[in-house]
Design a protein around this ligand. Structure first.
Ligand code: ADP
Ligand code: MG
Length: 693
């Protein structure tokens, strides 16, 4: 239950003055539904209205606040001309200019002879200073109210700065002081203000330096958010560790058979990761481990060998892929290895229905299948395993901590291995997978050829297509990826279909198309045709981003590469360079794209190291912008910016570990305050797992 001290902060935005149902909806979309969301909507700029010169001293281009007397109203000759209102002080004239304003409004607010305060940007016209549409007009008594520093907020159409400022001011009156959850020594060392003071000062910047993420108030708020994130993960990890697991006692017999059947030796990184996994499997606690490795680093075989350890002891293993295509691909690659080991393999996806599904379910429940490969269908309620011991989740960057928790609830003491090819910077790994142990495959199998990467402006498309046709004619297979942006799936679908039609016109039936809206069976059919060479050019959306393995493909063309994140481009590039042939990746960019976009793409030309690329992506764009973050299961931070606050995150992790070590159920005084922190950032699901939650 949310502590009552936080109730006012979780009241709906519409309970604030000025935010009725209509504006409330808009504000909600801008900030989030609760008052706390509005309070976390921090200014990104400021307007200094403290400059209050006499009219004669008002310089062009500056924002100024002036006290003047209304001298004359000059009605326009035609409705398309502006109203001009001449004002003066003892030093000269100031003209106020208004387009499309109701005369009655002007007469009410700027009556002749009235002394008024106006604020806005000064322009000079024929040596007369003027302000078009002042930001403020009020009686002269308002001067002190107007001549201040005004925070500027990110806005959305329909919400004016005034509405937002008023709502935030009202929200503040309802904001309680909260008990301090920070470590006193850390707080003193960093000279951080109290929570409420920090929030207030973040909303009242006095100069540019107050807007900097390094400002103490902002840093404190960012740290709070990171601490909530790290503490939640540390608590999950601690509660996982408290649950009993099963200590497997594998003999290594099945594994030996498979290793003997493999045409290669494991890399040192694969052996190391496997040893780490074995350590977990044989220990009487649950495994929750991330196997992180670049595309092509050989995660699948590691996972398979790990699952054999469970199967060897008579238990079952399950491998879950994010899509049907990938599930089928795993079935295809693992079936021969399963035969070598003499184990029974089955596959279950959303497409298995009726009798077929019933039979599979019965086999799984009876333990007649040792290894089940499928999609998320595997974890539907009616799928009962006979004795599930190990679950491997492939390319699972679409799941979050909570799904992982739900998954481990599927059986008693299940060991979980998560494989991801998303090269996540170390800092982000901490925020998303801080509840897991990490094994890294930081070495590629030998013999891989480097991929030649080039950036080409889209206006040279014809040349690209000519070159591509030459490559295809000499036997190459190629991917052509069109971007799919979430906001308008339909438009992008149109774009990919159009590109497909254009290429088909030149190349005929050798071109295939896959996109996310196709029926799974159709997708599989096209993928199969591409894999067996019936078609040699595959036009696709990012559905091919993860995992698909066609070693014969040697050309990757990515259209509008500037719209993708570097990490995502890197993953797509990893679809080629998997076989014997030399591979090429062409990044086609919109010539209208800015210089930053181009330099980002250039970074891809320099390296094939996914982790280096991910770090560069983080540096160049900031964590919040990493494309695909939303689907990635990586947490989104409101106050912290991981491209700037990486060091804070490390402090928060250590802090969280110490807390969980000393006060695992958050029962001390600081513990109680930390519970409030978790509720404040809505990380409170973990509290239910505490002993005295
Ligand atoms: P990932 O899933 O990490 O992208 P895969 O597991 O699909 O990579 O492996 C990519 C390819 O490399 C597969 O064809 C696999 O058979 C092969 N492979 C894996 N490990 C090795 C190794 N140690 N030596 C040579 N080839 C390997
Ligand atoms: Mg894979």
């Amino acid at each position: 239950m949310r502590p009552s001290i936080l109730f006012p902060l979780f009241a709906p935005l519409t309970s604030l003055p000025g935010l009725g149902p209509r504006l409330g909806k808009l504000a909600e979309r801008l900030t989030g539904p609760h008052i706390i969301d509005l309070l976390w909507h921090l200014p990104n700029g400021l307007i200094d209205r403290r400059f209050a010169p006499k009219v004669a001293e008002a310089p062009a281009g500056r924002i100024a606040t002036l006290t003047v007397t209304v001298d004359d109203h000059q009605a326009p000759a035609s409705p398309r001309q502006p109203w001009r209102i001449r004002c003066r002080d003892e030093t000269g004239f100031l003209e106020l200019v208004f387009f499309h304003v109701h005369p009655a409004w002007l007469e009410k607010h700027l009556p002749l002879g009235r002394s008024v305060v106006v604020s806005g940007r000064i322009e000079l016209f024929n040596d007369i200073p003027k302000i078009s549409h002042p930001d403020y007009i009020g009686p002269a008594e308002d001067h002190d109210f107007v001549a201040t520093v005004e925070p500027v907020y990110p806005l959305t159409t329909g919400i004016t700065p005034k509405v937002l400022r008023k709502a935030i001011a009202a929200a503040f009156t309802r904001t309680p002081e909260l008990p301090e959850w920070l470590d006193p020594a850390l707080k003193a060392r960093e000279a951080w203000p109290d929570w409420r003071v920090a929030l207030a000062s973040a909303h009242a910047p006095a100069d540019e330096s107050d807007l900097s993420p390094e400002n103490p108030a902002r840093t404190r708020l960012a740290y709070d958010e990171l601490l909530a994130n790290q503490l939640a993960l540390a608590l999950v990890r601690a509660s996982q560790r408290r649950l009993p697991g099963i200590a497997l006692t594998p003999t290594g017999m099945l594994r030996a058979k498979v290793l003997a059947a493999l045409p290669y030796h494991l890399t040192a990184a694969q052996n190391r990761s496997l040893a780490e996994i074995d350590g977990d499997l044989t220990a009487p606690r649950r495994m929750l481990r991330l196997l992180q490795g670049d595309v092509g680093s050989g995660k699948t075989i590691v996972a398979f060998l790990a699952m054999l350890s469970a199967i060897e002891t008579g238990s079952q293993a399950a491998l879950m892929a994010p899509t049907e295509i990938l599930a089928r691909q795993h079935v295809a690659t693992l079936t021969p290895l399963a035969e070598a080991a003499g184990i029974r393999i089955g596959s279950l996806t959303g497409r298995d229905k009726g009798k077929n599904r019933e039979r599979l379910c019965a086999d799984i429940a009876a333990g007649a299948i040792d290894l089940v490969i499928g999609t998320h269908t595997l974890f539907q309620d009616d799928i009962l395993f006979h004795d599930l011991a190990v679950v491997v989740i492939d390319e699972q960057h679409r799941f979050g901590v909570h799904q992982r928790l739900a998954l481990t609830a599927k059986g008693k003491g299940i060991d979980v291995l998560v494989m991801t090819a998303t090269p996540i910077p170390r800092t982000l790994t901490l925020t998303a997978y801080g509840d897991m142990e990490v094994s890294r495959l930081d070495e590629k199998p030998p013999g891989r050829q480097p991929i030649k990467t080039a950036t080409i402006a889209l206006d040279r498309l014809d040349e690209v297509v000519d070159g591509l046709i030459r490559r295809l004619d000499s036997g190459a297979r190629a991917y052509w990826v069109c971007p799919l942006i979430e906001e308008s799936e339909t438009l992008d679908l149109a774009a990919v279909t159009e590109r497909f039609a254009a290429l088909q016109q030149r190349l005929g039936p050798r071109v295939g198309l896959v996109h996310g809206r196709m029926k799974a069976a159709d997708k599989d059919r096209v993928m199969e045709q591409f894999a067996n060479g019936a078609i040699d050019l595959l036009v696709a959306t990012t559905v091919i981003e993860v995992g698909v393995n066609v070693p014969e493909a040697t050309v990757m063309v990515i259209e509008h590469a500037e719209r993708f994140g570097l990490a995502q481009l890197h993953q797509m590039r990893g679809r080629v360079g998997r076989g014997q042939g030399a591979s090429t990746c062409l990044l086609l960019y919109d010539p209208k794209a800015g210089a930053t976009a181009r330099s980002r793409l250039a970074a891809l030309k320099d390296t094939e190291d996914g982790f280096a690329i991910a770090e560069a992506d983080l540096r160049l764009r900031g964590a919040g912008e990493l494309l695909g973050t939303r689907q990635s299961g990586l947490p989104e931070f409101r106050l912290a910016d991981l491209s700037l606050h990486g060091a804070l995150l490390a402090i928060a992790r250590d802090d969280a570990q110490l807390i969980v070590h000393r006060d695992p159920d958050l029962e001390s005084g600081r513990g109680a305050a930390l519970r409030i922190l978790l509720y404040l950032f809505e990380r409170d699901t973990v509290i239910r797992n505490l002993r005295s939650g």
